[in-house]
Every structure is written in structure tokens, then in C-alpha cells.
Design a protein around this ligand. Structure first.
Ligand code: SAH
Length: 217
């Protein structure tokens, strides 16, 4: 299987073909090898139009959703970004290409350790990972706040105020909000006065965000 050809086809059909227009997002998706972020048994399916299991009952999101969330963050390359839910590290790798510095938190240690290896193999050294593996763990990364952009790749019952508090003025938060089975992808913008505005994009289906201001285990 030629992964590069599969990746180009994925970007053409699933990303450009579905109206993702941000050139930097498109280029990042062309350059990051998604197949190294999935378990070996799923490598041949890495460029398919779907989410895949990554172990520990978690999933790597469908490529289109990853692209849409990345585009919604409207990154220029200068931002300090927070990601909640490192998972496989695939979205993290794209953020590393799209922003200046990336802070990513994951609650499941083996996933974080595997993600670290993948990110290092791609020489993406502008990423700091943190393991939040205690139950009821706080969401976010207060010591590094404020962030120009925050992305949550797990579904929340409501918009966590912990995160809107850690967002810089002029910043954006992209997060799936809804029930534990389906959510609405929301883009929340904090304006220069600190007021919040929100816009829904699409229906989606994420694994649950666990902990304080998420779901209880
Ligand atoms: N962006 C990832 C998606 C992984 S699934 C990818 O493309 O691979 C969501 C991840 O969020 C899971 O790995 C889960 O363990 C993690 N998660 C859930 N609640 C969390 C919390 N409160 N803090 C950090 N990570 C959390």
C-alpha cells in the first residue's frame, strides 16, 4: 500500500472535496502521515473516511472532522494552542504545524506515551504533553494560560468555563458539546472585551470528556 498516494486521495476527496479551504490546514494534512498514529492492524485503513480505534476504548477522529476543527481555529502560525485529549497525537501533530506552540493534555498514560513517540519521530518539538490521569482531573492547563486557541477532542456536556477562562481575548475554542452519544461542534470566540460568541458547525460523535466539567467515570 502506498500511503502517500492514499493520503493525497484522502485530502482531495474528503477535505478539499468537502470545502475545507484553509490552505495551511490542507498542506498540513498532506504532510502528516496519519497511518503512523493508528495501531498497526489499522494502518491500511488510516486514510479512510472514518474514525478508528486507538486502544483504551478511545478513537482517532475522522479526517474531515480533524480538518474542520483545525480550520475553525483559524490559526496563522503565531498562536499558543491548548488541546484537551491528545489521544493518538494526530490532531496534535497538525496543530504543531499550524501554530507556534502546542500544549496537549491526555488522561490515559499509554496513549500519551505513544503519541509522544510519534510526535518525536516527526521532529515536532514545539509540543508539550501532559498526563492528567487522576479521576475528576481539572480540564485545561492553568499555568500556561491564556491560550490563543483551545481545541477539545472529546465531547462535553456543556461549555467548560474552566476553558473559556483560559482563552485569550480574540481567541477561539472549538469543542463538541451535547449528550454522551452525539454532539454539536461549537466554535466559541472571545472578543476583545472578553465577551463570548458561539456558532455551531456540524453534528459529530466523540468519546466523552472525563472529569471536572466533563462526564463522571
Ligand atoms: N485528537 C485525538 C482524539 C482522541 S479521543 C485523536 O485524533 O487521536 C479523545 C481523548 O480525550 C481520549 O484519548 C481520552 O482519553 C481523552 N480525554 C477525555 N477526557 C479528558 C480530560 N479531562 N483530559 C485529558 N484528556 C481527556
Amino acid at each position: 500500500m502506498n500511503f502517500e498516494i492514499a493520503r493525497k486521495k484522502m485530502v482531495q476527496e474528503q477535505i478539499v472535496g468537502r470545502d475545507i479551504q484553509d490552505r495551511r490546514v490542507i498542506d498540513a494534512m498532506l504532510s502528516i502521515p496519519r497511518h503512523i498514529f493508528v495501531q498497526e492492524a489499522f494502518a491500511a485503513q488510516a486514510y479512510n473516511d472514518k474514525a478508528l480505534p486507538i486502544g483504551e476504548k478511545q478513537t482517532i477522529s475522522q479526517p474531515y472532522i480533524v480538518a474542520l476543527m483545525s480550520e475553525q481555529l483559524a490559526l496563522t502560525g503565531r498562536e499558543k494552542v491548548l488541546e484537551i485529549g491528545t489521544g493518538s497525537g494526530y490532531q496534535t501533530a497538525l496543530l504543531a504545524r499550524l501554530a507556534d506552540r502546542v500544549f496537549s493534555a491526555e488522561r490515559i498514560r499509554p496513549l500519551a506515551l505513544r503519541a509522544r513517540k510519534c510526535l518525536d519521530s516527526l521532529k515536532l518539538f514545539n509540543v508539550q504533553l501532559r498526563i492528567n490521569d487522576t479521576d475528576g482531573s481539572p480540564i485545561g492547563w492553568e499555568e500556561e494560560a491564556p491560550f490563543d486557541a483551545i481545541i477539545v477532542t472529546a465531547g462535553a456536556p456543556a461549555i467548560p468555563t474552566i476553558l473559556t477562562d483560559q482563552l485569550a481575548r480574540g481567541g477561539r475554542l472549538v469543542i463538541p458539546v451535547g449528550s454522551d452519544s452525539t454532539q454539536q461542534l461549537l466554535t466559541i470566540i472571545k472578543d476583545e472585551n472578553g465577551d463570548l460568541f458561539q456558532a455551531p458547525t456540524v453534528e459529530c460523535r466523540f468519546v466523552p470528556l472525563i472529569g471536572k466539567q466533563g462526564w463522571q467515570v
